[in-house]
Design a protein around this ligand. Structure first.
Ligand code: GRF
Length: 233
């Protein structure tokens, strides 16, 4: 649930030859795993020099850390509980991120609101996946709230992170139906299956340079509209 503000300084990522990501997680890591599996199975390393530089968790017990290790990706714990303020944690996190010089930072289930300073420092190379069709249902408990609202359409969004909680220019969305009698777990599973397809696609597009942030808008070159908005069942 990130948010952002004014630019403070540019961070400078590597130029050519390789494209690296750094993932921030807090828990299960199923989106992280989907991403690493897609990278492996689709041969991203050979295609465009893909590297997963590190996975950083703010929670020492996050199962996603084991996912990272199983894929040979350095797993780093930066426990937020050891910091006296949100600003102090985010400053340390930004330093840690910058030390890896990633081309893209992926919030893959990172369950902390980021400070404006962090987001400003990383703007343009910071994306998030959120389990709703934004701007509907920003924040927590999206599936429960979607059911309570009676919406017929729900889904997931990948977006660049800007100055609102779960806000920022949208890269792509996947929509799923909400069926009469749906339960929260059933709906969550339907959305999650789409998250696992959506996030790797968006990451690949960005690393390949086919999608980028231009001011407040996302520019997508040569990507079919039906890939930017998926209707799934
Ligand atoms: C996902 O639903 C993601 O959209 C949200 O947090 C959840 C993380 O799940 N931001 P996982 O850790 O990737 O399994």
């Amino acid at each position: 649930m990130p948010r952002a503000m004014k630019a403070e300084r540019s961070t400078g990522s590597k130029s050519t030859g390789s494209k690296s990501i750094l993932c921030l997680i807090s828990g299960r890591g199923s989106n992280l795993e989907a991403l690493l599996l897609a990278a492996r199975d689709e041969g991203w390393q050979a295609d465009f020099g893909f590297q997963a530089a590190a996975v950083v968790s703010n929670r020492p017990d996050a199962p996603g850390l084991q996912v990272a290790r199983a894929h040979g990706v350095p797993a780093v714990v930066l426990p937020h509980a050891q910091f006296t303020s949100r600003e102090a944690f985010d400053a340390a996190l930004s330093d840690l991120v910058d030390a890896h010089r990633p081309d893209l930072i992926v919030l893959a289930g990172f369950m902390r609101v980021l400070t404006p300073g962090f987001v400003a420092r990383q703007r343009g190379r910071l994306i998030n996946i959120h389990p709703s069709l934004l701007p509907a249902f920003a924040g927590l408990d999206t599936h429960r709230r979607a059911l309570a609202a009676g919406v017929r359409l729900h889904g997931a969004t990948v977006h660049f992170v800007s100055d609102q909680v779960d806000g920022g220019p949208i890269v792509a969305q996947a929509a799923v139906p909400v069926w009469p009698g749906d339960t929260e777990p059933a709906l969550a599973a339907r959305v999650l299956a789409q998250e696992h397809l959506l996030l790797p696609r968006c990451v690949r597009w960005i690393l390949e340079g086919r999608v980028r942030l231009d001011g407040e808008r996302v520019v997508a070159d040569g990507i079919a509209p039906h890939e930017l908005l998926v209707f799934a069942r």
